[in-house]
Ligand binder design. Structure first.
Ligand code: TYD
Ligand code: MG
Length: 453
């Protein structure tokens, strides 16, 4: 017999525990463990002797069908999703509350609905009137789209099963939905998982493209989108800095396309606008070079993006100098500082160090090491880098500069934007560029160059 038992689950990663604790051992999140009442059946039994059904086996040579796709016409979204939504697939869109997930999906759905109907927007957070008003303001007054406000998954599935299946359904957001057969409150791991499972199974069964919104939560009151990542085909994160206008859509998992693609948008009074030349956002248009600034020729997915990295190195008498970094990994900064200290004898350990990626972008590309090091050295020496310079390259603990992927694409983008010099790792492959190129084997060479030795 099933008996209700008290258990505890991390609302960030879904790990379950017998006892409450302040920190989740699995994901390291603090205060994310909450009580959940789940029905635990007694010891699971083996399969016994009853035979099941025979599964059909196919070979690799079986006829492959091309997946059809629904493109929304919003190119930044279509590219990140791998060329459009695939029927029967589930896409999770995670992001902080208020970042613009509802706006993005309304625009995507509006684009799809304008081409051909069959689009349904189910909101558990806003009244249908609110959504309608927003859709009108975004310019989709005539789109063939249905709206609903609902939170009960049973009612949603009954409604969906009653008519012909739509092409695309948006669920905004998964944390507001609940399955009435479970005791726990909406937003708990059990509810979020069960609701998503029901919706994803419906999508697969009927060949509907399902877009699910999941709020990223910091305090563990409701389950975050990470507990769903394994269930869906595609996981997109919508991120950005509240203080900045632009937003980045990033694919972190995609069964129907590449990951690490980004789409760049700008939040305006008329909704999200596509930014097709993102480098223009992340570079400051400055006439004269300043010390402590370096331009990194980066790669976001398949797309080269130029960003400015700014550093400030200021000597301090404090015993524990400050290390503050925005837009880059702090562990990576510590490593570059240690290499500059140990291999190049720069003596930065007694200085406050601030590093900032301009425009609010978050860089994950390891090729940013060299540009970050150049910004730090330039600030430390109070000497600007030569005008029109870009850099890229990974730094090893031994102080070597290592080649990185797609040097050619990075240089092409830099040349296109009017840069004339590139400082890059020795051994970079396939470079054919009109720019003046200097290659480095060791970080020391860069320090020598910047200090005029
Ligand atoms: P929203 O899509 O509701 O965020 P989420 O669904 O991720 O919680 O967007 C919220 C913010 O976007 C809100 O603060 C207002 C702003 N916004 C604009 O600046 N312009 C617009 O046209 C719209 C629709 C929203
Ligand atoms: Mg919303």
């Amino acid at each position: 017999m099933a008996k209700a038992q008290l258990s505890y689950a991390c609302q960030s990663c879904g790990s379950s525990y017998r006892k409450w604790s302040g920190r989740c051992d699995a994901c390291g999140e603090w205060n994310s463990i909450a009580e959940e009442r789940t029905a635990l059946s007694s010891v699971p039994k083996g399969l016994g002797h009853k035979r099941g059904n025979v599964i059909e086996l196919v070979t690799l040579k079986s006829e492959a069908r091309d997946v059809p796709r629904f493109a929304s016409g919003i190119q930044e979204f279509d590219r990140v999703s791998g060329g459009g939504l695939v029927p029967g697939s589930a896409v999770l869109i995670g992001g902080d509350p208020g970042i613009g997930k509802s706006t993005l999906l309304l625009q995507v759905l509006g684009g799809l609905a304008t081409q051909s109907g069959g689009c349904l927007y189910i909101s558990g957070e806003e009244a249908a009137d609110q959504v309608r008003m927003r859709a009108r303001r975004l310019g989709y007054a005539d789109a063939d789209m249905h709206l609903a406000t609902a939170t009960n998954v049973r009612n949603i599935l009954t409604t969906l099963d009653a008519g012909p299946p739509p092409r695309v359904v948006v669920i905004d957001s998964i944390q507001t939905l609940y399955v009435d057969s479970l005791d726990s409150a909406p937003g708990t791991v059990a509810q979020v998982r069960t609701s998503a499972h029901e919706l994803v199974s419906y999508a697969k069964r009927k060949g509907v493209a399902m877009l699910i919104v999941g709020h990223v939560t910091k305090d563990g009151q409701i389950a975050g989108p990470r507990v769903l990542e394994h269930m869906v085909d595609t996981v997109l994160y919508f991120e950005g800095d509240r203080g900045h206008q632009f937003r980045i859509l990033r694919a972190v998992k995609n069964r129907y396309g590449g990951v690490d693609e980004i789409g760049v948008f700008e939040m305006t009074g008329k909704g999200l606008m596509e930014v097709s030349n993102p480098s223009s956002l992340f570079l400051t248009d400055r006439q004269t070079p300043v010390a402590g600034s370096a331009v990194f020729a980066g790669l976001e997915g398949s797309r080269p993006v130029l960003v400015e990295i700014q550093a400030l190195v200021a000597p301090t008498p404090a015993a524990n100098p400050r290390r503050a970094v925005v837009g880059w990994d702090s562990g990576r900064l510590a490593m570059v500082l240690a290499v500059l200290d140990a291999r190049c004898g720069l003596g930065l350990s007694g200085a406050d160090v601030y590093l900032n990626v301009a425009g609010g972008l978050r860089i994950g590309d390891p090729a940013a090491d060299l540009a970050a090091a150049a910004a730090l050295v330039s600030s430390h020496l109070d000497r600007p880098l030569p005008e029109g310079t870009v850099l890229f390259g990974e730094i090893s603990l031994a102080g070597e500069v290592r080649p990185v992927a797609q040097a050619d694409a990075r240089l092409k983008e830099a040349a296109k934007l009017g840069f004339t010099r590139a400082l890059i790792p020795a051994g970079s492959k396939n470079i054919d560029s009109p720019m003046e190129i200097a290659t480095f084997e060791k970080l020391q060479d860069l320090v020598d160059l910047l200090s005029g030795r």
